[in-house]
Ligand binder design. Structure first.
Ligand SMILES: *[C@@H]1O[C@H](CO)[C@@H](O)[C@H](O)[C@H]1NC(C)=O
Ligand SMILES: *[C@@H]1O[C@H](CO)[C@@H](O)[C@H](O)[C@H]1NC(C)=O
Ligand SMILES: *[C@@H]1O[C@H](CO)[C@@H](O)[C@H](O)[C@H]1NC(C)=O
Length: 205
């Protein structure tokens, strides 16, 4: 079917456009906040061909209103239903600034491929499977869009020893005590987007 063929292309294109160097990640991950995922989806959508865009639209659930970005939180919301998927939101390395798939791409139980790189591979391949049921393609699309968003949060590719910055306590502009991972998830993007920009001692309003 045309939609499925286009969906295959879309899967690859989305990854080609957005897959920056994937390195390591954060086990105790907070969710990269809405705006991060939303922007990544929006940028990806703007690069889709007309054909791929139509395929994406045809795979989206009704509640998304035809907008890929509207599905940004689905993969986070479904973690309870798919507990195994938690490990797919990030990739950790031992802190040597190198990512070796065979060494690093596994969950805490040591199961291979269970990291964000494995997840992106898995759901890209799934989108290219023309005999997969549509419902599976829809799920694959929403996972893929989310995981590509996750890797744009630098601490979803961090160090194992500090759980992707979760154990590094920092103070954000002399106000909130937080951790480095959370700072990236929430405070930086949230601060930029609030009226008046980032709260800063020299710009307290
Ligand atoms: C691949 O997708 C299937 C179906 O959702 C899932 O059961 C499996 O855990 C996934 N594996 C990875 C590495 O993403
Ligand atoms: C494609 O999807 C079908 C139906 O779900 C499945 O049986 C088959 O194993 C899949 N092929 C690949 C290469 O994943
Ligand atoms: C930082 O916070 C402390 C305590 O709230 C305050 O006394 C101090 O003036 C602040 N420093 C700056 C540079 O705003």
């Amino acid at each position: 079917m045309a939609a499925r063929l286009a969906a295959r292309n879309m899967g690859l294109r989305l990854v080609q456009v957005l897959l920056v160097a994937v390195a390591a990640g954060a086990p105790v991950a907070h969710a990269w906040r809405k705006e991060g995922h939303y922007m990544v989806c929006k940028i990806a959508e703007s690069f889709l061909t007309i054909e791929a865009s139509a395929a994406v639209t045809s795979l989206l659930p009704g509640w998304a209103g035809g907008e890929l970005a509207a599905t940004w939180s689905w993969a986070d919301d479904e973690r309870r239903r798919y507990p195994w998927s938690g490990a797919l939101h990030f990739a950790d390395t031992p802190g040597d600034c190198q990512f070796f798939y065979d060494r690093d791409c596994h969950n805490t139980k040591g199961e291979k491929d269970m990291c964000v790189v494995g997840g992106i591979n898995n759901y890209t391949a799934a989108l290219m499977n023309s005999s997969a049921p549509l419902v599976d393609l829809t799920i694959s699309l929403m996972f893929l869009a989310h995981f590509v968003g996750d890797i744009h949060q630098p601490l979803h590719c961090g160090n194992t020893v500090d759980f992707g910055g979760n154990t590094i306590i920092v103070r954000w502009y002399n106000t909130t005590t937080t951790n480095l991972h959370r700072l990236w998830d929430l405070d930086i993007v949230g601060g930029i987007l609030q009226p008046g920009g980032v709260k800063h001692p020299s710009n307290p309003s």
